[in-house]
Design a protein around this ligand. Structure first.
Ligand code: MV4
Length: 523
């Protein structure tokens, strides 16, 4: 086993990895940028090493600095977390050159699966269904037009090096193709330094369902159920759950076996995720493979009872998988909410700043993976993910009930967060019925007044940001202001500033709070 792991990341995922190291009796070295000097991952680590200025280009993305810390601190392994360099084959290569074990797949597997067209070829060869489209990069817009004539519109141009929806354009007709080609290609050059495109038939309102796979270095690969990740906004996942409300045992097995075939074909080891689009008839199509531990891994951990980070460390150290496919059993249901320092009432504008107070949820079935503390200033330099709230229940209804209960316990003061969005979302009948798809959240957020329900007041809600009658709005603002003064010592500007300690606000106060904040976003 390793002596000391270098944790090449920050925030909640650095802490998650640190916790696994502690439980395994392995040392851990943290790294930090100048913006993270006082961050929780640094405070919790056995040792921490500065790696440069705040911008990630000058710190968390510097392979040379990471290798220097690994050497100085005597680390024999490196965990990249997610984001930053997690899917960078050059980091995996540098680790190998420096005698440091990279906790993840080989650089070859990462490169093969990083090219979307190469991954599609691999999937096709492994008998994994793919969206109808090209398996090779297209030569030009004319080649795209030829495919579209055959397959019919709409089609989707995608970047070969893509991910996260960048370099992607939906095309409705032949007339739009030239311009869409230029837009997608230049966006891909800017984002990835690679302007090559391929094309697929456009699937309308698919679900996004992904399979967790795990391989060791002895040829064993298993699948660990699926995650339903359809609730997204602008390609950012917002809520994830396992199992998916639409996947039954037979479908899980078919998708799981397909995902394992792809992982085997790619020579894949360690934790990976195979993403699928699923149409309303429940046909599934391979989308892409993520060669890292994912943000939403806790929902899989809670339903499988496994510790994916410990499994990653053991597999990287050469240990064979401790379980076979028939040993994998799913129990209950888990849901994750990504808690962001952003303001849903103000176009999801990032809201960094000082967390002046905080009360965290706990109790049966609740897990909180976060990386913050009261008194800490959320830096502006990075993704404003504060942490993840995860609820487990014996079934989906219990998981939802626990999540709603935990959200009502949760208080973060001093900054805006998206907590209130989750309070509304988890009470939305369509969400509760599992009737979701990849455009659902955008459509739900755009619905006019009266069509989304207040969490505390079923059937009678007014949408956030909705117009109240003028007199009622004035009354609501006054009520909110009074509540600030009497219950909250003057108010702090937090989205939750009017929330009383120990319980949910009344529907009236909730409405007043929303109306007041919507009118005076920075008060
Ligand atoms: C698609 C699609 C519909 N049809 N491909 C978005 C991110 C990128 N990785 C793939 N994406 C999509 N590919 C075809 N042929 C719809 C999306 C898509 C999407 C996929 C997963 C999760 C959220 C999404 C939101 C919008 C569009």
């Amino acid at each position: 086993m390793f002596r000391k792991v270098l944790i090449a990341n920050r925030g909640e995922i650095a802490i998650r990895i640190l916790r696994a190291c502690r439980e395994m009796g392995i040392g851990a070295a943290a790294v930090y940028s100048e913006a993270d000097r006082a961050s929780l991952h640094v405070r919790l680590a056995d040792e921490a090493h500065g790696i440069g200025p705040a911008p990630s280009r000058e710190s968390y993305l510097r392979i040379d600095k990471l290798m220097d810390v690994a050497r100085r601190a005597g680390c024999d392994a490196l965990h990249p977390g997610y984001g930053f360099l997690a899917e960078n084959a050059e980091l995996a290569r540098a680790c190998a050159e420096h005698g440091v074990t990279f906790i993840g797949p080989s650089p070859e597997a990462m490169e093969k699966l990083g090219s979307k067209t190469a991954a599609r070829q691999l999937a096709q060869a492994a008998g994994v269904p793919t969206v109808p489209g090209t398996l090779e990069p297209l030569a030009d817009a004319a080649a795209a037009a030829a495919f579209a004539r055959q397959a019919g519109f709409p089609v989707l141009l995608k970047a070969v090096a893509g991910g996260g929806g960048k370099g992607m354009r939906r095309v409705e007709s032949a007339a739009e193709l030239e311009a869409a080609w230029r837009d997608a290609s230049s966006e891909a050059i800017n984002a990835f330094g690679d302007g090559r495109l391929y094309i697929e038939k456009y699937l309308e309102r698919p679900r996004h369902i992904e399979i967790q796979v795990f391989g060791d270095h002895h040829g064993n690969v298993v699948y660990l159920g699926e995650r339903e990740c359809s609730v997204q906004r602008r390609h950012q996942k917002v809520v994830e759950e396992s199992p998916s409300p639409v996947v039954d045992a037979a479908m899980r097995r078919t998708m799981g076996e397909a995902a394992v075939r792809l992982a085997r074909a790619g020579g894949y080891a360690n934790a990976g995720t195979v993403e699928f689009l699923v149409d309303p008839q429940r046909n599934f199509y391979f989308l892409e493979m993520n060669t890292r531990l994912q943000v939403e891994h806790p929902v899989t951990e809670l339903v499988t009872g496994l510790d994916l980070v410990k499994m990653q460390i053991r597999a990287a150290a050469g240990e064979p998988l401790a379980l076979r496919q028939q040993d994998v059993a799913l129990r209950g249901h888990a849901i994750e909410c990504r808690i962001y320092a952003e303001d849903p009432e103000n176009n999801f504008f990032p809201s960094p700043g000082k967390i002046d107070s905080r009360r965290v949820p706990a109790g049966p079935g609740i897990r909180l993976d976060d990386g913050v503390y009261a008194g800490w200033v959320v830096p502006t330099d990075y993704d404003p993910l504060l942490g993840k709230l995860i609820a487990w229940g014996n079934d989906r209804a219990e998981a939802i009930a626990r999540m709603r209960r935990a959200l009502d316990e949760y208080f973060i003061g001093g900054i805006r967060t998206n907590l209130n969005l989750f309070r509304r979302l988890l009470a939305e009948p369509e969400y509760v019925r599992g009737e979701i798809h990849t455009r659902w959240l955008d459509e739900w957020l755009g619905r006019p007044a009266g069509e989304t329900k207040d969490p505390q007041e079923p059937g009678a809600g007014v949408a956030a940001g909705a117009e109240l009658p003028e007199a009622l709005e004035t009354a609501a603002v006054v009520a909110a202001a009074l509540f600030h003064l009497t219950a909250n010592g003057g108010g702090s500007g937090a989205e939750d500033a009017t929330r009383p300690a120990g319980g949910a606000a009344s529907p009236w106060k909730q409405e007043g709070r929303r109306a007041g904040l919507a009118r005076n976003p920075r008060e």
